[in-house]
Design a protein around this ligand. Sequence first.
Ligand code: FAQ
Length: 314
Amino acid sequence: MKSEKELEEIFEKKLANNEFIEPKDWMPEKYRHHLIRQISQHAHSEVVGMLPEGNWITRAPSLRAKLVLLAKVQDEGGHGLYLYSAAETLGISRDEMIEALHAGKAKYSSIFNYPTLTWADIGAIGWLVDGAAIMNQVMLQRTSYGPYSRAMIRICKEESFHQRQGYEIMMRLALGTPEQKQMAQDALNRWWYPTLMMFGPPDDQSPNTADAVKWRIKRETNDQLRQKFVNQTVPQAEFIGLKVPDPNLKWNEAKKGYDFTPPDWNEFWRVIKGDGPCNKERLAARIKAHEEGKWVREAAAAYAQKHNKEMLVS
Ligand code: FAQ
């Protein structure tokens, strides 16, 4: 039997060789807990993220827009399920994760605590929020934990379609009547800074980044990804004639990127501690949906139990 030191050496060697860590491999407890925290929060974000968009399914402006939005919201639910399954391989049950969310112990992305006031906000979510999610998730496709990486590969394919869905809405509004263009601009004004917050606090205020980078869970830091997102998104806004709401935004040739005003980090910490515009509403909606789905879970569990018994007998 290998000693703890030998097992740790094997783990470190795998990371150094860019090999995946798989569920049955030995791993340090801190690595396991770090992943459970991050993957479960990611899963909760996908599922809570269905709420602001779900509110607009009945109000989509055309049958086509309704169908596309329905498909997108269903995709987000599916992403939550892949991610809960990936987290379960680390030895936590889905019930435990959901309990932690409902008790306010587990987080979900700050972005979903902001309201969707107009149809243009649905465009802004697809363009900016999914755009930011992809920026982060492309990196996570190469994360060190095998099941998380594989879930990300599938999720990224769907997210890039979501980003186009949002950009298409914004483009149509921006090229429409002056009132429609103003709606698109107002949505960009509302969602720009909350989107920049999605990448997490600045690196010097991010307690988890050092371990995440050491273990190759994250391959880029919060600030690096935020910078990449700004560099990618500003030309997209210009292309459709919208203005990023930042008077200090300026191309910096030396760093080959934009200088930009950071978000209000006090607002970020307030929102993730539960005091955002919609935190209470979102959690209440999730808890209600979970309670209303209890009979479905019970029926499915009873069916599985009966089916398993029959299999054992036959
Ligand atoms: N919101 O030390 P760090 C989506 C917390 S998916 C809330 O920097 P870390 C799809 C953080 O958890 C969007 N909390 O932490 C979609 C930590 O608290 P803890 C979700 C945040 O883990 C689109 C504390 O602050 N994506 O949108 C946030 O190294 C449209 C200190 O932070 C993911 O979850 C935040 N924005 O970096 C669905 C990607 N930022 O846990 C529907 C996976 C930080 O110690 C519609 N996650 N915190 O209590 C990650 O990449 C990372 O976990 C970060 C944070 C980057 C979110």
